[in-house]
Each structure stands twice: as C-alpha cells, then as structure tokens.
Design a protein around this ligand. Structure first.
Ligand code: CA
Ligand code: CA
Length: 189
C-alpha cells in the first residue's frame, strides 16, 4: 500500500536573508511539523530558504515551526486534509517575512534589555556556549549581533505569552547604557 503524505511547504522569513551572514544551507536552524500527539516530522530546506515537511495525509492538525538560534520562533497551524488517492497533496504554508525576529538571545520570544545584557556580558566571545548569542552565525558575539537586538528592541514573537512584557531597563540602565559599556553608541546618534 502506498504511503499517503501531505507536503507542507513554505519560505523561510525573508528577514533572515539580512540577519544571517552565511548562506541558508549552512545556517543552524530547525524546521519541522508537530502533530497534536507530539510526533515531530523533520523538514528540509534548500539554499533559497524554501522548506518542505512531509506529514501523513490524515485529518490531523499540524503545527509547522521554524526555529533559528537568536531569533524568535515562527509557527503556523495547518489542518492537513486527506490527499488524493495515492498521490501527494501539496499545501503551501506561508511564513510571514516579518517574523523570526533577530535578537532573542535568551529565547523567551521577546527582544528586550535582558537580551542586550547577556550580549554585553559575552561580547567578543567566540563560539559562545549559548548559540543564540551569535545571531548572524559568524562565530563571534559582535556588533552585528548587538545591532539586531537594538533594531528589534521591545518586539515580541508570535509565541510570546500575553504576560510576557518586554523590559526596557535593568535597574536604571537602558539600551544606550549597555551599548556604551562595549564602546558603541545607539544608531542615529
Ligand atoms: Ca529575549
Ligand atoms: Ca555574530
């Protein structure tokens, strides 16, 4: 008997074209579909960021997730319908290019002063223990990474809980104070 499968397809957030310093094929990331029972189906991605995940052709709902270190996660719920007899049925899952926001160092799905704090504490570190610190994946915690936190400062990813509010300061220290600690000035100053 032929295995019937649905093909879920999507394009990786275009914003990653700018936040990653390396080609897609070398990018650390994970694309997968999760069924309601927790079963995970790994996907594949081509060099242009087009990804595919095959899931069984049934009436279950699947959550398609794209995770990239240092970025907020993106997901889409898909109700996969039964495929045509013996044939693959393609469903396009579109991922909003504005999502997978760069700058989420501590992976709480928001970008705030806590991410900046951790980046400043580990500034200049090579191949950091927390891979989320190296947002552009060039092997070092550097200005490029810090600028992404600055650019998306106080943004929330789609998986951030309602009670998860971005923090603007730690004590009395804000973005400019943390930038100053590593010899940088805020953009536009
Ligand atoms: Ca965060
Ligand atoms: Ca970096």
């Amino acid at each position: 008997m032929k295995q019937r499968k649905n093909l879920l397809k999507g394009t990786l957030a275009a914003s990653l074209l700018f936040s990653a310093s390396i080609p897609f094929m070398y990018l650390q990331r994970r694309e997968f579909a999760r069924a309601a029972d927790g079963t995970v189906y790994q996907g594949t991605m081509d060099s242009k960021g087009l990804f595919e995940v095959f899931v069984p052709a049934d009436r279950k709902a699947y959550t398609v997730c794209v995770e990239v270190p240092g970025h907020t996660a993106e997901y889409k719920n898909v109700l996969a319908s039964i495929g045509v007899d013996g044939e693959y049925r393609g469903i396009y899952v579109r991922i909003n290019p504005e999502d997978n926001l760069a700058g989420d160092v501590n992976q709480d799905q928001i970008i705030d002063i806590r991410d900046m704090n951790e980046a400043v504490e580990n500034y200049g570190e090579q191949n950091p223990e927390n891979p989320n610190l190296d947002i552009n994946q060039d092997g070092v915690v550097n200005e490029t990474d810090v600028r992404w936190i600055e650019k998306n400062f106080l943004s929330k990813g789609p998986l951030a809980g309602n009670g998860n509010t971005p923090k603007e300061t730690i004590g009395k220290k804000g973005l400019a104070d943390f930038l100053k600690m590593i010899g940088l000035a805020p953009k536009g100053e």
